[in-house]
Ligand binder design. Sequence first.
Ligand SMILES: [Zn+2]
Length: 92
Amino acid sequence: MTRCNCPKCDADISDTYESADPSVGIMTGGFYCDACDLLVSDFDRDHFDDVSIPPARDGDRAIGTPASELSTRPGERGYEEWLRISKSWGHD
Ligand SMILES: [Zn+2]
C-alpha cells in the first residue's frame, strides 16, 4: 500500500486515496488532506522528491494532469495546459 503524508501539515493521509475517475474530471488518483483542503495527486507526488511545487488549485478543479495530455510545443494539443501548469509553478 502506498503511504502518503500531507506535504503541508505532515498528517498521515494514506487512507484517503481515491482512484482516477475521468467521468468526474479526476484524471489522476491521489490523496486528500481534509485539514488543509489539499489534494495530493499521483502526478504531483512524482515531483516531491526533487522540487517543492505548490499545488495548483483553481476552484474545485482536480489537481494533476497526466503527462500524456501535455505538450511543450506551441500549437499542439496540450500546450495550453502545459502553460497553465508552468504558470502555477511560477514560470512564464
Ligand atoms: Zn494537511
